[in-house]
Write a protein that binds this ligand. Structure first.
Ligand SMILES: NC(=O)c1ccc[n+]([C@@H]2O[C@H](COP(=O)([O-])OP(=O)(O)OC[C@H]3O[C@@H](n4cnc5c(N)ncnc54)[C@H](OP(=O)(O)O)[C@@H]3O)[C@@H](O)[C@H]2O)c1
Length: 214
């Protein structure tokens, strides 16, 4: 049985936890305020869920980093060494402050996150779907025009595992390549936000232009 650890249990983290529990995964949720602040979410999620520290969440088979980009540096990098990590991050300067290499287009958001968690097997996913849609738009495999979500990453085996999770909770998957290509799904690109099936997503990804982000 795969366990999913959530570092951050706000909009996106709590939705990933709901989807995971609904599809038979055990989840370990965490936030910055500590396990006691998550009692309501635990009550809702039921017996498959446990609240812990971020270090507890990091022990799961699969770990999602679902915190604002500005807070990533506050998570000890060695916590995620060797772990398969889902990176949900987006960069919003109004929220995150200015991050020069991102403004300059010198690295993608997920390369920035990977630079911090240097030894993690990072896979970008779920950054382009609004949190409520993670449960609202989920459909079983084989459904016509099923919504598709991207993965991007430099570790093919990690991408396969994250793709399996995405499929299990209700979505087709499109692999858009390494982390360096993930600017194609960042905020401001055509595929960022709207519901797309696999074929439509592929078209949007191909049509993305890097300047859209700046
Ligand atoms: N909201 C969406 O629809 C959506 C969709 C796709 C991607 N994203 C991206 O996903 C990321 C998370 O967004 P969100 O909307 O879920 O944010 P959010 O609702 O504000 O939740 C943030 C979570 O991160 C936790 N956190 C912050 N600093 C932490 C730390 N140092 N250690 C542990 N936990 C910490 C917070 O805990 P406390 O509350 O205890 O401080 C909270 O649980 C962002 O990069 C966002 O752009 C969001």
């Amino acid at each position: 049985m795969t366990t999913l650890g959530l570092i951050g249990s706000g909009h996106i983290g709590s939705q990933l936890a709901r989807a995971a529990v609904a599809h038979g995964y055990d989840v370990l949720v965490s936030n910055s305020r500590g396990p006691d602040s998550l009692s309501e979410l635990i009550l809702e999620l039921g017996e498959r869920a446990t609240a812990g520290t971020t270090a507890d969440a990091a022990t799961a088979d699969l770990v999602a980093v679902a915190i604002p980009l500005k807070d990533v540096q506050n998570i000890p990098a060695d916590l995620l060494g060797g772990k398969i990590v889902i990176d949900t991050s987006n960069y919003y300067p109004r929220r995150d402050g200015t991050i020069a290499p991102l403004d300059a287009g010198e690295m993608t958001v997920s390369e920035f996150v990977q630079a911090h968690f240097a030894d993690a097997r990072l896979v970008k996913a779920f950054n382009h779907i609004q949190a409520p849609a993670i449960t609202d738009d989920a459909q079983s495999a084989g459904t016509a025009e099923r919504r598709a979500l991207i993965v991007a990453g430099d570790d093919d085996d990690a991408k396969k595992i994250v793709s399996g999770f995405i499929d299990a909770i209700g979505f087709d998957v499109l692999d858009i390549g390494p982390l360096s290509a993930s600017w194609r799904i960042e905020a401001g690109t055509p595929a960022f936000g709207p519901r797309r099936d696999r074929e439509e997503l592929e078209i949007d990804i191909a049509q993305a232009t890097r300047s859209a982000r700046h």
